[in-house]
Design a protein around this ligand. Structure first.
Ligand code: FMN
Length: 238
């Protein structure tokens, strides 16, 4: 599980990405084709990601009517929705497109009708996609020290791939920017674990996004992540 061929370009995308809610247009045909390819690549292990064009997004999203839907088979860990969906987000960012994860910003009745969900399928989030002038990212996130107990130098002393993984994980987007994770760092690997949070609805999905960022960071340092379920989250060796 959480197996995915990562792209080198996703590393830079992590630093460029921030949520976009005002777009200058829908992606063009060539961009939609490329996003469609990525949807096929991330649609497995109980997840299907599909592109749509038309109504469904609430008015907080302006300038595009294109979005991706992350459909999960019941029983699939919610982390996998975040992991695969964020791959689409980073691919779109690397193409110069804007994105915004939406838990509340869409009309479930319209979208459920479009998708004709099977009984054993659920949708928790969609992702708005479109052309934009990518904003300068602000990345308001917890300090590294608070996140994992180490600063960048201390992380580098543990290992280059652990440092890259944590630096990238820290920048992951999350619902209401709650960052509902803590990161445990050891020589043998890192673990992304539940943090205390009052709003748990998307916490597991958020952690999946964080895991994809960590995997991309490790890959940038020449390592491939292997994930294992542990108490309270997932541990990565690379
Ligand atoms: C699972 C999830 C659900 C989200 N739902 C919404 C939403 O309904 N409306 C919205 O405007 N932003 C939504 N966001 C975007 C977050 O508010 C945003 O990622 C966070 O504030 C961090 O800011 P950044 O993405 O610009 O780095 C969501 C993000 C995630 C990961």
């Amino acid at each position: 599980m959480f197996e995915l061929k990562l792209e080198k370009s996703w590393y830079d995308a992590i630093f460029k990405r921030s949520s976009v809610r005002r777009f200058t247009g829908a992606p063009d045909k060539a961009q939609l084709d490329r996003l469609g390819d990525l949807c096929r690549k991330v649609s497995w292990q109980g997840i299907t990601v599909r592109m749509f064009k038309g109504p469904g997004l609430k008015s907080m999203i302006k300038g595009t009517d294109v979005y991706a839907i992350v459909v999960a088979k019941r029983g699939t860990p919610m982390e996998l929705e975040g992991f695969m969906g964020e791959a689409l987000v980073l691919e779109a960012t690397s193409m110069g497109l804007g994105t915004c994860w939406l838990g509340m910003g869409y009309y479930p009745d319209i979208i459920n009708r479009n998708v004709s969900l099977k009984n054993d399928e659920v949708i928790h989030c969609v992702i708005a996609l479109g052309k934009c002038d990518l904003p300068e990212p602000k990345h308001k996130r917890r300090d590294l020290k608070k996140l994992c107990g180490m600063d960048e130098n201390e992380l580098a002393a543990v290992g280059e791939w652990q440092k890259e993984a944590v630096v990238c994980a820290r920048l992951a987007p999350s619902a209401v920017n709650l960052q509902p994770w803590t990161i445990a760092v050891e020589k043998s690997g890192i673990a992304i674990l539940e943090a205390n949070t009052i709003y748990k609805k998307y916490a597991a999905l958020d952690r999946g996004i964080c895991m994809l960022h960590a995997a991309v960071g490790a890959y940038h340092a020449g390592r491939e992540a292997v994930w294992k379920k542990v108490e309270g989250g997932y541990a990565m060796r690379a």
